[in-house]
Design a protein around this ligand. Structure first.
Ligand code: ZN
Length: 166
């Protein structure tokens, strides 16, 4: 098993994103419990108060990136894993709803976007979307099937696909 533990992997991926943000001059909070004196639910990975933006770095396996080659199903204990994954996905959705209700927008960076040759590109797109584009409430960036990084931007929660391939 060459897989890192969940903690190791997300720590490592989160570090890549935090370093890139710092280099670009962003100031951020990591897993804050409060922002501006107000309670922040769900321990988001990275918070950019100035841009009212939350960045979530998600492992494709644990958080079930839909259609992603990294979101495999283990061959044994399928029942256990199915339940575990469903819980993870439900928890992510619940947190996103809570953040949206508080007026935060969410940018999900999937692990596959940070792997291999697309990492730099993904990080550039992330900073571009956060800094230059005010008109989205939810973005996702991933690299499904090694086809290059793709950003999906939504102008409303849960609907209205707006952005596209870059
Ligand atoms: Zn993925």
């Amino acid at each position: 098993m060459d897989r890192m533990t969940k903690e190791q992997r997300s720590k490592c991926m989160g570090m890549i994103v935090r370093k890139a943000l710092y280099k670009e001059g962003f100031r951020y909070l990591c897993q804050p419990t409060k922002v501006g004196g107000k309670k922040m639910p769900g321990h988001p990975d990275i918070v950019l108060p100035k841009y009212r933006t939350i960045i979530e770095v998600r492992g494709c396996f644990w958080h079930r990136h839909e259609g992603c080659r990294l979101a495999t199903m283990p061959a044994t204990n399928v029942e256990f894993w199915t339940k575990k994954f469903a819980d993870n996905v439900a928890r992510d959705k619940r947190h996103e709803d809570e953040w949206a209700a508080l007026g935060w927008r969410v940018f999900v960076v999937w692990e596959c976007a940070l792997k291999g040759g697309t990492c730099k590109n993904a990080l550039q797109l992330l900073t571009l979307f956060v800094r230059k584009f005010p008109d989205w409430v939810r973005c996702e960036i991933g690299n499904l099937n090694d086809c290059g990084v793709i950003v999906h931007a939504h102008s409303t929660m849960g609907g209205g696909m707006k952005g596209g391939e870059l």
